[in-house]
Design a protein around this ligand. Sequence first.
Ligand code: TYD
Length: 205
Amino acid sequence: MLITIEGIDGSGKSTLVARLRRLLDDLDPIFTREPGATWVGESVRRAIAERMDPITEALLFCADHAAHTDTLIRPALDAGRLVISDRYSDSRFAYQPVVLDGLLPDPLLWLRQIHAGWSIRPDLTFLLILPVRDAIERFDPAKKREYFENAGILARVQESYLSLAESDPARFIIVDALLPEEEIARFVADEIRMNARSSRRRPRA
Ligand code: TYD
C-alpha cells in the first residue's frame, strides 16, 4: 500500500514522518521522500538552488519521480510492503503549475500527461493544511530559503493542493496542521493502520 504525505513548506510533514516511524514501527513500513536521495534527486535540489528555468526544473522533478518509482516504490509494493512517501506526484501537481503559470497553456494537464501510464497512484494521501503565515513562522531562520517559500507562491500552491483534494475526495484526507503534533500523528497512524488492514483483505489491482 502506498501512502503519501503532502502539504506546503512549513506544514509539518517532517515532524509527522518522524512520529510515524515510532508509531508504525510494528508494520515495518518503508519511509521515503521526493526529491529523493539519488543523484537525480540531488540534481533537482541543485536546479532549485541555481534557479534553472521552470521547465527544466519540472522535468527534473519528473525524472526524480521516475527513478524513485523504478528503484524503490514499485519493487516495494510488489513485495507487499507498506510505503510512506514524504511528497510524491501531488507535489508536482500543486507546485509546478504555479511556477509554470504563463509559460505553458495548461501546466497541470502537461504534468498529468508526463505522469500518465507509469506513475503509481497513491492509495491514500494526507494533506496538511494551515494558514500560510503560520507555515512561514515555522521556517528555520538559519536555513537558506528556496524561492518557492514565499507567502504569495505558497498560498497559490495550497490552493492547488485543495483543488486536487476536491477532485479526488476518496484518496485525500485533509488534516488540520495547527492541531498538536501528537494528535495529528496518532490520527494519521490510526488511519494508515485501518487502511493497511482492509487492503490486506483486498487483492492489489
Ligand atoms: P522538500 O521536500 O521540502 O525538500 P527539503 O526538505 O530539502 O526542503 O522539497 C524541496 C522543495 O521542492 C519544496 O519547496 C517543494 C518543492 N517541490 C516541487 O516544487 N515539486 C515537486 O515535485 C517536489 C517533490 C518538491
